[in-house]
Design a protein around this ligand. Structure first.
Ligand code: ATP
Ligand code: MG
Length: 394
């Protein structure tokens, strides 16, 4: 008897001619996610199998796989010889064990079940439903469940494969879905220490985007703790998105200059414009063809259509804001699901809470903002250069 994990992939199945490319990315990402474990990877038509791993690692391997985008669903199965000449002896044994396990956890009154057999091994002389009938007998003799083909509480699956082995299981776990990271190009994500931006990055990675990150820090107004928090967020995201290179940009001088030279009502808008400019320069270094932010329409003054028009005007790259139509509640739910929430709510200031004006412009006009910015144009160019020279790469 032998434990295996069955991996089913979803959407990439549909991609016709590109399928090989999508699959090779998915396989690469699976291997990266499992780099700390010993196992054998088996590729077949439509499914992969993780085999020959240590029993102790099984749970962790499964948890890692649940985070890999492009995987639709997963099952933990037992692999046994089909042995049809021996009356499916080993299959029956493993079904008995499985039925007992399920029975122990069962809380349903008068539970029902069915057995579903897939017979890919055409050497077996019986039909699938005949085998299923015979196997159901074993379960009936083991636990007090009733058969119900249409509606049932439990389904026992037996895949009898061409290689002479059967895979026996009952649970199907949902994978992370989406597309394999790397198939949708690269994006530079603006990663604050807040709740929203990690969720935004997660959503882009789910659609196959490889992420880079930039964080604007304002020492000494922001502490090392704030930076560590961002690094921790990046590390949580890496479970899903693979390795993320993070740029930490010293932003204090630029903020001071804006504070000094520009009208306070435009402070935030202009600050965001400098963030975008720097993000665009860093994006070019990494060949990123887009920028990602955690903005959500109307959430704060800097996230009105007018404000986003002003920030967007500083870059030629498309800016993706996957949370634009989300309520804060929904974003928080997702943040909890992906595991970033607890870190995001740690109380360390990020740069935007420093020098906040009392009444920021809610509907800034681009022409007016551009004019307001003129006062610091040349200094601004210098300061940007300096900030990029002093960037810290993590
Ligand atoms: P978040 O929860 O992501 O911080 P927020 O609700 O606090 O978002 P803002 O502070 O207006 O909203 O920030 C909007 C977006 O701008 C953020 O989602 C993020 O992408 C980017 N951003 C803000 N501050 C920073 C920063 N210090 N470094 C990098 N990106 C930032
Ligand atoms: Mg924020």
């Amino acid at each position: 008897m032998n434990n295996v994990i069955i991996i089913r992939y979803g959407e990439i199945f549909l991609k016709g001619k590109n399928r090989d490319y999508f699959e090779s990315l998915l396989i690469k990402n699976i291997k990266v996610a499992l780099e700390d474990y010993d196992y054998k990877f088996v590729r077949t038509q439509g499914r992969y199998f993780i085999e020959d791993f240590s029993e102790d690692d099984g749970y962790e391997i499964m948890e890692h796989l649940k985070c890999v985008f492009g995987i639709y669903s997963l099952s933990y199965a037992t692999k046994v010889p089909t042995n049809f000449e021996g009356d499916f002896k080993e299959v029956k044994e493993s079904l008995k064990t499985l039925a007992k396990e399920i029975n122990e956890e069962n809380t349903i009154l008068n539970p029902t079940f069915r057995v579903t057999v897939k017979r890919a091994d055409k050497r077996i002389p019986m039909k699938s439903y005949e085998i299923a009938g015979e196997l159901a007998g074993v379960i009936l003799a083991t636990v007090r469940f009733k058969v119900s083909l249409e509606k049932h509480d439990y389904e026992f699956m037996v895949d009898m494969r061409e290689n002479g082995y059967s895979y026996v299981y009952s649970k199907v776990f949902m994978g992370a879905g989406g597309l394999p990271v790397g198939c949708s190009g690269k994006g530079m994500m603006l990663l604050s220490g807040g709740i929203d931006s990690p969720v935004a990055g997660y959503m882009m990675a789910k659609r196959g985007m490889k992420l880079f990150a930039v964080h604007f820090a304002s020492p000494p107004y922001t502490s090392d703790k704030a930076k560590e928090k961002v690094i921790e967020l990046k590390e949580i995201m890496e479970k899903y998105a693979g390795k993320i290179k993070l740029y930490v940009v010293p932003f204090t001088d630029i903020q001071m200059e804006i504070h000094k030279s520009c009208p306070s009502e435009f402070m935030i808008t202009i600050m965001r414009r400098y963030m975008m400019r720097i993000a665009t320069i860093l994006a070019a270094k990494e060949d990123c063809k887009s920028i990602v932010t955690g903005e959500s329409l109307g959430q704060v003054a800097s996230q009105t259509v007018e404000s986003m028009t002003c920030t967007g005007a500083t870059t030629d790259l498309p800016i993706f804001r996957p949370l634009i139509g989300f309520d804060k509640e929904d974003i928080m739910t997702l943040a909890k699901k992906i595991g970033t929430f607890e870190t995001s709510i740690l109380p360390y200031e990020d740069c935007c809470t420093v020098f906040l004006p009392k009444s920021p412009a809610i509907k800034p006009r681009l022409a007016v903002v551009e004019k307001a910015e003129q006062a610091m144009w040349e200094v601004g160019e210098e300061l940007m250069k300096k900030a990029i020279e002093n960037v810290e790469i993590i």
